[in-house]
Write a protein of this length. Structure first.
Lengths: 125, 497, 497
């Protein structure tokens, strides 16, 4: 219980990821697969963001005032910005994946008039 | 730190050209093709230059935006990178040259988009190869994959669905890779490969590092279509336009294999996967299954393109086997096979493209008497097929030679047997096709006579010359493989092995 | 041993590659020019090889290193006594066969003649490469070239039967090659070198059980090409090939290359000392004896003339291997000399079979009654060849058998003397009825009692071969210095310089 509560952010991301993974593999409808894919990716983003967070920390902007140049900077006072920056890039990747996927789904629908995987497989024979 | 701009030129030139192509194509459609050729030629020249520099001076470091690593992104080019970069850029240039006519015929409406995506794909592949940063690698991986999904989807009837499937698997692979990066970052606080390789040995016993390793292997395995994660590949490569399969088939899986080598041997270090966990042993077994399944499933195909897709799965198995053997000879074989297989697959898929261009044929039973119609193309096919089987003096033999040596050195007799059985099955596979091409049924010959009415009808020169270049490469690189190993590959293999 | 470096071996090998290219370019339309290439190449090849004989006889070795193929292994030609022996034989008989081929192919108006002559020239390149190879890897490269280039020749008629024969041929030989490949890898693993050394280089290089395994895989691998029973099945089936192919390739180049490789392995890789230490020579000798007796009996049961000759070939190949396995000086001389002796005699017999087929379309022994009256020269030559095979003086077969008998006495193994004598009896049993029937029985059916020989292009080569086998029987050192070279080779192997 202790383990679950103290690391609840990881558990949430794992549950979310599993939901997404199930939808991608288990669902027969292509749009549901796509939704699953989005949940899956979002879970990973959540994970990254949560690793950068610190209790009581502030945004990582270091102010340089006059005469304060010698002041030591304590990393513990600032949230880690790097995961956030990485995730900005990942979100871009994710959105473009999503866009390509939607375009593919439109093409598939135009061709087969359905989005159910088993019906498409039936039609392709 | 080097100030020479070549490492970044390799990527930037195709990337910027990819953005210019829609603009130029909007103005003059005919200019797209020359622009692609010029951009890729610059990439080829810079990668040749880099290889030369690496061979002369050793590893090159290039700091992107002048940020010192491990904070900034660093491009590190050692012998392995330089070698793979040259393969990727040269093969993509060859494919680009040959693509002109087949794109004009297969996708007359979409020439501009095709070349734009083509360059993006190449950018992604080259980026994966030159970067020294784990997250940067992910970004390039996704650039290459996204361009790949789109390129495959413009193919024939089943293509969008095949591409969608590919995308589902590809995204899972990429996300797993990303998770691996996350886990490593959490434990080490670094994303730089060189930095990671220094920090990681102290953390070998951490469960998180182990998880990261597992995520990396599964993620990259999905991208490189390592058995049993290959299910997306046959459909995707069969339905793709022929110019696209000729680009994706030789390069995408090989670059995946490169990433695998990089992660196992550079980032984690050979000790981790050999001594602490039996990862390399598992990899060997998986690879052995890949070889057998790929070859056997290929036997059941009558569509040449699909057959080649299954052969490709087996070829990935060969590379993975060399990686899994994790000794000097085995890894040399794996790295050499990246080159050889890229050449062989490029040649074979180009031949398929030429056949489809000339007659729309793809079923091997329709190939009767094709050697009269397209003698040069068929000769090229035969050479490439012999190379896949591993007949000397073609290059395919020499990578198998190192692989067999590696398996013997590792005392793994079973894998020696599997390597040889794989060769024998591919002999059946390809001689079935060769028989169809060259031998004529008796009645056919009696009617047709000695100077049958079949006239020579080869593919246009722009397709024929790339085929001939790859064929010459297959023959020459076989003989030159000793030189390649002694100049480049022996330095690419980690010293500890 | 003085080493001379010269490019002559390379020249001798590449002449036929050039010829093959010219043949391909000339094509079907200018067949006379095409045939001219074949003849010119065969003459050029023979004169280059012949020019090396005096150098080798003077006790020197000609070496030609081209490029490193793998660390410690170069693509290297080394012409020693044994190599020049086989090289001379193959290139001399190529002249006869090219002339005969032209007569045969035109007489039958066969199709795809360009492919036929192309592959033939290529096969010769393989045979000569095998002869001159300085290490196992070079040998293997040319061994495979020989295998692959012979496949289209075996399946040349393109009937279902011929294609089956071709498939069987490939299946056997590629499996054998896979075993050789493995053994080669193991040898390199044990010793780090593959260069041939007279007297062997494996001594003390590994545990004796591993060496025994290595010997078995080597012999099984090369033994497929040397058609040892029970791995001989491809050879009788391959008799569907046109007769000149059976003549040169299945009496000289291909199967003799197999025997040559077996001898190379036995005498230059393992060496007499190691073989007697491990007691392997006795096993090999018994294995060969088994083949000798069984193939002799099987030959009796064949009605198809070419199949009967095929089994006789198997018989004689095993005799050569037995000679080498006995490891005594006379036996080795006899064995090596029999390569040449049997070559000349057997090629005569095959030429006769071809001439009969072209003239009368008869293939079976039972149909040959009285044919000697119409074709006296042909059948006379057949009689000489057959007598020679049975070891009757003054034909060349007598000399080799005499030395082999001496050798088995020297080895103090009386059993093998009996094996040899039994095989002589069997030879008489399967050949003499043919001679008797063809001259003394009345022809069945249509009687053509007049003189009716095949075309001169066929009769001259076969007569010349028959005459040479008689001359070699009287003066074994005539023309080619075969006997001197064989003695020299035996001395090199046994280390008595």
């Amino acid at each position: 219980m202790e383990l679950i509560l103290s690391k609840y952010n990881y558990w949430i991301y794992i549950v979310l990821m599993m939901i997404g993974f199930y939808a991608m593999i288990g669902k027969r409808n292509l749009v549901k697969k796509l939704v699953g894919m989005n949940i899956f990716q979002t879970a990973i983003i959540l994970y990254f963001i949560s690793t950068g967070a610190k209790r009581g920390a502030t945004i990582p902007i270091v102010e340089h005032g006059h005469g304060e140049a010698m002041q030591a900077i304590h990393a513990a006072h600032y949230a880690n910005p790097l995961p956030h920056v990485l995730m900005l890039t990942t979100i871009v990747v994710m959105v473009s994946t999503f866009g390509v996927a939607l375009a593919l789904i439109i093409m598939i629908y135009r061709r087969y008039r359905t989005l159910e995987e088993d019906e498409i497989l039936e039609l392709r024979k | 730190m080097t100030t020479s701009p070549f490492p970044i030129l390799i990527i930037v030139v195709p990337l910027i050209s990819a953005f210019f192509i829609p603009i130029i194509g909007w103005w003059r459609r005919g200019l797209c093709y020359p622009l692609v050729i010029v951009a890729l030629s610059i990439s080829v020249l810079s990668s040749i230059f880099i290889l030369h520099m690496v061979v002369e001076q050793g590893t090159i470091h290039y700091y992107l935006g002048n940020w010192d690593p491990p904070w900034g992104i660093e491009y590190v080019i050692d012998h392995l990178n330089a070698f793979v970069a040259i393969i990727v850029s040269v093969i993509s240039l060859i494919i680009a040259i040959s693509s002109r006519r087949s794109v004009e015929r297969e996708l007359p409406e979409k020439i501009v988009y095709f070349y734009c995506l083509f360059l993006l794909q190449v950018t992604g592949l080259l980026g994966i190869v030159v970067t020294g940063d784990m997250f940067n690698l992910y970004v390039f991986l996704e650039i290459a994959s996204l361009a790949g999904y789109a390129l495959i989807a413009i193919g024939e009837d089943g293509a969008p669905f095949a591409s969608f499937n590919y995308m589902i698997y590809g995204t899972i692979g990429a996300c797993f890779y990303l998770l691996g990066v996350g886990y490593l970052y959490v434990t080490t606080g670094s994303l730089n490969m060189a930095d990671l390789s220094k920090i990681l040995p102290d953390l070998y016993h951490s469960k998180v590092v182990l998880m990261a390793f597992a995520f990396f292997i599964v993620g990259v395995g999905l991208k490189m279509a390592l058995f049993p994660m290959h299910v997306w590949l046959p459909d995707a490569y069969t339905y793709a336009p022929s110019a696209v399969s000729a680009l994706v088939a030789p390069l995408m899986t090989k670059v995946g294999a490169y990433v695998m080598i990089r992660i196992i041997f550079t980032v984690f270090g050979p000790n981790f996967s050999m001594e602490l966990i039996p990862a390399t042993t598992i990899l060997c077994w998986v690879a052995a299954m890949a070889i057998l399944f790929g070859c056997i499933l290929a036997l059941g195909q009558t569509d040449l393109k699909r057959m080649l897709a299954y052969v490709l799965i087996a070829e990935v198995g060969y590379i993975a086997l060399g990686v899994g053997l994790a000794n000097k000879a085995g890894l040399t074989g794996a790295i050499l096979h990246i080159l050889n297989d890229a050449l062989m697959m490029a040649c074979l898929f180009l031949v398929v493209g030429a056949i489809m261009y000339k007659g729309g044929l793809r079923n091997i039973h329709q190939f009767k008497c094709l050697h009269r119609k397209m003698p040069i193309t068929m000769a090229a096919f035969t050479v490439a097929a012999l190379s896949v089987i591993g007949i000397p003096p073609t290059c395919g033999f020499f990578s198998k030679w190192y692989l067999v040596l590696g398996a013997i050195d590792a005392n793994r007799w079973l894998f020696v047997a599997i390597l040889l059985i794989g060769s024998l099955i591919s002999a059946i596979l390809f001689f079935r096709v060769i028989e169809n091409i060259y031998f004529e049924p008796a009645d056919y010959a009696h009617n047709g006579g000695e100077h049958g009415e079949i006239a020579i009808d080869e593919a246009p020169l722009s397709m024929l010359i790339p085929i001939l270049i790859t064929t010459a490469g297959i023959l020459l690189l076989g003989i030159l493989s000793g030189k390649i190993v002694s100049i480049i590959i022996q330095f690419a293999v980690p010293a500890g092995l | 041993m003085e080493v001379v470096s010269s490019t002559r071996p390379l020249l001798a090998i590449s002449v036929s590659v050039l010829a093959a290219l010219f043949i391909l370019l000339t094509g079907e339309r200018r067949r006379n020019l095409r045939e001219l290439w074949t003849i010119l190449a065969s003459l050029a090849k023979f004169s280059i090889v012949a020019s090396m004989i005096p150098i080798v006889l003077a006790g020197k070795i000609i070496e030609c290193t081209i490029i490193d193929l793998s660390p410690g292994i170069a693509l290297q030609f080394r012409v020693d006594a044994f190599g020049i022996f086989f090289g001379t034989l193959a290139s001399a008989l190529w002249i006869a066969t090219s002339i005969f081929s032209i007569g045969y192919m035109r007489g039958l108006n066969a199709r795809a003649q360009t492919r036929y002559f192309f592959c033939f020239a290529f096969a010769l390149n393989g045979a000569l490469g095998v002869a001159f190879a300085g290490n196992l890897l070079t040998l293997f490269i040319f061994y495979e070239i020989l295998t692959i280039s012979t496949f289209p020749l075996v399946a040349h008629r393109e009937t279902p039967e011929a294609i089956m024969g071709g498939r069987k041929y490939l299946a056997y030989l590629l499996t054998g090659a896979a075993l050789v490949f493995f053994s080669m890898g193991l040898t390199y693993h044990l010793t780090g070198t593959l260069d041939f050394v007279g007297g062997g280089f494996l001594q003390g290089q590994g545990p004796s059980n591993i060496l025994r395994l290595l010997f078995v895989t080597f012999i099984l691998g090369f033994g497929t090409k040397a058609a040892l029973i029970p791995i001989h099945e491809w050879l009788p089936t391959a008799m569907v090939a046109p007769t000149p192919v059976s003549a040169l390739l299945h009496a000289v180049a291909v199967v003799k290359a197999g025997v040559f490789c077996v001898l190379r392995v036995v005498l230059y890789v393992f060496g007499p000392q190691l073989l007697s230490d491990l007691n392997l020579w006795l096993i090999l000798a018994y294995f060969a004896s088994f083949t000798i007796i069984v193939s002799g009996m099987l030959a009796l049961a064949q009605d198809n003339l070419k199949r009967r000759l095929a089994f006789s070939t198997i018989n004689n190949l095993a005799i050569i291997i037995m000679g080498a396995a006995l490891l005594s000086p006379s036996a080795i001389i006899g064995g090596i000399f029999h390569i040449a002796g049997h070559g000349f005699m057997k090629i005569t017999l095959f030429f006769v079979a071809g001439a009969i087929y072209v003239k009368t379309q008869k293939e079976n022994v039972s149909e040959l009654d009285g044919i000697g009256r119409a074709m006296p020269i042909t059948m006379g030559s057949f009689a000489i060849g057959a007598m020679g095979i049975a070891g009757t003086p003054p034909v060349v077969g007598f000399i080799s058998k005499w030395y082999l008998c001496l050798g088995s006495l020297e080895a103090k193994e009386i059993v093998f003397l009996f094996v040899l004598l039994t095989s002589v009896l069997l030879d008489i049993a399967y050949f003499f009825p043919i001679i008797y029937n063809s001259f003394f029985n009345r022809p069945q059916g249509r009687v053509n009692s007049g003189f009716d020989e095949a075309s001169m292009l066929m009769v001259i080569p076969l007569t010349v071969c028959a005459i040479i086998s008689v001359i070699l029987g009287i003066a074994p050192d005539a023309f080619f210095h075969f006997f001197g070279i064989a003695t020299l080779a035996a001395k090199n192997i046994l280390g008595i310089c």
